[in-house]
Every structure is written in C-alpha cells, then in structure tokens.
Design a protein around this ligand. Structure first.
Ligand code: ADP
Length: 199
C-alpha cells in the first residue's frame, strides 16, 4: 500500500483532492478529525492538556473547550508549541493506526490529509508528499466564499501557515489549483495513473 501525505494551506483544495482520490478508491485519513478524537476525555492527550493548561480549558460538557484552549495559545508561540508537542504525536499515532487498518482492509492507496503535515513531521508516515497550492488571494476568495469569514482573518491564517514555497520544496508532487475544478480533476487523474503504473 502507498501512503500519500496530502497538504496545503487554508482553502488550497486539499479536501477536494482528497475527495477525488477517494472516488478513485483511496482511503482518506483526515488529520483534523483525528485531532478531535485526540482531545476526547479519557484519551492520554486530554489529561496532558488539562495538566499543562489548567482545568479552565474543560467546558461544562466535560470535554476540552477548544475555543478556551485556543485563546490561551494562539497569541503565544511558545504556548502553542507546548500544545502541539502534546497533541501532534498523539494524532500521528492515531493516523498510524488508521494506516494499518487501511492496509489490513486491502486498500492500495491511503491519503493522510493534513494542513500541518510538514510542520508536525507527519510526512514520515507517508511514502510521498503532495502539496496543493493556490496564490494567497485565490485562497482568500475561496475561503470567504466557502466559510463566510472575513478576508483579513483568512489572510492572518495564511500568514501564520507555512508558505507555498516551503511546501513545494518538501513535496514530491505539487498540484497547482489556481485553475478550474476540471483542471484539478485532470491533474489528480494524471497522478493517479502514475501510481497505477508504478504499482
Ligand atoms: P481545503 O481543504 O484545502 O481547505 P477545499 O478543498 O475545501 O480546501 O477548497 C476550498 C474551497 O474552494 C471549496 O469551497 C472548494 O469547493 C473550492 N475549490 C477547490 N478547488 C477549486 C477550483 N479549482 N476552482 C474553484 N473552486 C475550488
């Protein structure tokens, strides 16, 4: 089985590429979803986060209140680092479990979709890295249309994320998604065929 690490900035088109790959039979593992699972009460991360950041990050429902936690870390790089040092290894462990499960289920290709794939070092779980890129203003336009959020908030997110150049430098496959959805589908199809020919 081949594992693709799929990354890209906000609204670059990661989920769209993941869906195109899923439609061709790949098993998609969404690191965002694993992130939610990692925080659940009872998981090792839960206790570590509470002991590092205080009981006040636990909401009334007994689960970690990600907004409250975010408020404590997002303006402070060293606090954010403290949090990611706890959470990222746990997400990687969950991803590795899913990769094994995909293999056992007979998948030929698994896709680990993660905005922070490279920052977190999760590319070590992948055989190749695919980076989806769009110019920042295209990302702003697509994110505002998709989420109804403020353009400046999106720009701030983009500035806080890895730049396209850094992703391109680390990627085996760069998918430029500045064009149409049809062009994107054709690009993905081309890479998919390459995988089929290699297999
Ligand atoms: P990500 O998962 O990287 O945040 P998405 O795949 O959700 O990005 O894409 C962001 C938005 O842009 C979505 O609304 C998606 O439908 C749209 N989109 C993706 N690719 C294109 C494209 N080539 N042309 C126009 N819209 C696109």
């Amino acid at each position: 089985m081949l594992v693709i690490g799929l990354t890209g900035g906000i609204a670059s088109g990661k989920s769209t590429v993941a869906r195109l790959l899923a439609a061709r039979g790949a098993t998609v593992i969404d690191a965002d979803k694993l992130g939610h699972r990692a925080y659940e009460r009872g998981r090792p991360t839960f206790a570590q986060v509470v002991s590092a950041f205080g009981e006040d990050v636990v909401g009334e429902d007994g689960q970690i209140d990600r907004k409250a936690l975010g408020g404590k870390v997002f303006a402070d790089a060293s606090e954010l680092r403290r949090l990611t040092d706890i959470v990222w290894p746990e997400i990687l462990a969950l991803a590795q479990d899913e990769i094994v499960a995909a293999k056992v289920a007979g998948a030929k290709v698994a896709v680990l979709e993660a905005a922070v794939l490279l920052e977190a070092g999760w590319e070590r779980a992948a055989d190749e890295v695919w980076a989806v890129t769009v110019p920042p203003e295209v990302a702003v336009a697509r994110a505002t249309a998709r989420d109804g959020v403020d353009a400046n908030a999106v720009r701030a997110r983009i500035d806080a994320q890895l730049a396209n150049g850094a992703r391109e430098a680390a990627a085996h496959v760069v998918i430029d998604n500045a064009g149409t959805p049809e062009a994107l589908a054709a690009r993905v199809e081309r890479e998919w065929r390459r995988l089929g020919e290699a297999a």
